[in-house]
Structures are given as C-alpha cells and as structure tokens.
Write a new protein. Structure first.
Length: 278
C-alpha cells in the first residue's frame, strides 16, 4: 500500500516544508495542493515547476497527485453561470498541464455545486459537458482525472458511489476515474465496499481521513468513527494498488500539522503492521 499526504495540511507553511515533512515521515509520495502558498495553477510558471521538480528530486518524494484548489476559489463545473463553467474547464486544463510537468499521474477534483436555482437535467448536462472537455485534454497530456464525491454540505450533485459511476458512464474516457474519501460514506450512511464494487478498476485515488459521520470534517486518524483496520483490510482485499493519501483539514491540521500528520501516519502504519499489510 502506497502512502502519501495532501500538502494542504501544511497550508500555513511553504510547499518546501511539506516536501521536507514527507521525507521525514518516509512517505511514498506527496499530493501537491494547488492553492497558495503551495502550487496555485496560475502561479505555476516555469520557475515554480522547476522548483517543485527540484524539491521532489532532493527529498526523493515523488508527486503522486496534483489537487488544484476548487473548493475555495470561484471554480464550479455545474455553476448556473456559463462564464464560471467555461473558466473552470480552462482552469482544469491548465491543472492537467501542471500535473504533467511535475510528474503527477492524476489531478483530483470535485464537481462543484449547482445550487438550488437550476434543474437536475441541466445541472447534470453542464457537469458532463465540462468533464468531457477536461478529459479530452487529459488524454492529450497523459494524466488521469479523478472525481471526488462530496457531502450534501458541499455539493448537491455527486454524493455517492452511484453518482460517480453514472458520471464515469456518461464520460467514457480512459482518463476518467472516481475516488473514495473516507468521510463521505459516513455522512451518507453508505458502505465503503460500495465504492470498490461500483468503481472497480476506475477507483483512482483514496483519501484516508477520520470523520464524525455528521459533517464533512476531516479529522486525525483514530479520533472519529472510521474503523480503519477493517478499511485497510478492505483496500487489500480489493487489490487497490494506487495511493492512499492522508487528508487532514481544519482544526486537526492547521494548528500543528507536524504533530497531527505524524500521529496519523504512525497510527496507519501500526495498523498495517498488525494486519500484515505491506
């Protein structure tokens, strides 16, 4: 099992600090957050690209994924605004270009939120049309696009494994994938196995994080309701061989990411050792 973490946990530090921490913790890779001060898409000129590649070489930590910030900035694939949808597609195309240049095999994105004033048919059409264009570009640059389901607090359009499966069917690109974030099935009262069964070989990424089952809070491993030992066994059972990336957010990371990321990594590794998982 390959372990990484999302560098967003170190958002009060530089990306260099996140790489240094990934090296210290012996991570198999790092998921680079595409937000300031780390690697915002529009900041990634040749100088920054070269610097990211240098940090990866110097620490020996490969970039396993690039995650352009799309929850805070004004990007939304199913917005009621045509201008916003168009800008979002172009933003993701640039993110794919950045990913290719820093050696990331995938970009990890979210669907956005259509709000209450559209209708289901048009909202879904907007999402599919946008993703078709994004995936066409992904095929050109050789980088996968991994869509994450979100809780209803964050999005009204993709909240379950069934929703991801539907999108993958409607966007039949070899570069189109879905993913599992540990928080969402808890909130939706959905089984984790449903993601593995529905996505199959289209499971492109996993975010390991704890949750409370009532909100989208991303908590330190071992402090919430996720039964991680059974989840790790399930990941092994389904022969998932891509990265499992630890994602911490909010109070569980920003105050002291070194402490809480170290704790989460240690707990995951201790469980893996007990279970005989490599």
């Amino acid at each position: 099992m390959k372990l990484s973490f999302l560098s967003m946990a170190y958002s009060r530090y530089s990306l260099a600090k996140a790489f240094s921490e990934a090296e210290r913790l012996g991570m198999d890779g790092i998921e680079v957050w595409g937000g300031r001060p780390h690697a915002y898409v529009y900041d990634c000129d040749d100088k920054m690209i070269n610097e990211i590649n240098r940090m990866s070489r110097d620490t020996g930590v490969p970039v396993c994924a690039y995650t352009p910030e799309n929850c805070v900035y004004p990007y939304n694939l199913c917005s009621q605004s045509e201008k916003e949808r168009r800008e979002t597609v172009e933003y993701y195309k640039l993110a794919l270009d950045v990913a290719a240049q820093i050696g990331a095999k995938l970009i990890q994105i979210t669907p956005g939120d259509p709000g209450y004033e559209g209708n289901e048919r048009d909202d879904w059409r907007h999402l599919v049309e946008g993703m078709q264009e994004v995936c066409a570009h992904a095929e050109k640059v050789g980088v996968d696009v991994v869509m994450e389901s979100l809780s209803p607090y964050e999005s009204l359009i993709i909240t379950t494994a069934d929703d991801l499966q539907r999108l993958i069917n409607d966007v039949p690109s070899p570069r189109m994938y879905g993913m599992l974030d540990c928080v969402n099935p808890l909130v939706m009262q959905e089984s984790y196995s449903n993601y593995f069964e529905k996505l199959g070989d289209k499971m492109g990424h996993i975010h390991l994080t704890d949750g409370n089952g009532i909100s989208h809070a991303h908590m330190v491993v071992g402090t919430g309701e996720v039964v991680f030992e059974e989840l790790l066994l399930m990941i092994e059972h389904y022969k998932y061989d891509r990265y499992c990336s630890i994602e911490l957010g909010g109070d569980s990371a920003h105050g002291d990411p070194e402490f809480y990321m170290s704790l989460s990594v240690r707990r995951i590794r201790e469980m893996m050792k007990r279970l005989g998982i490599q």
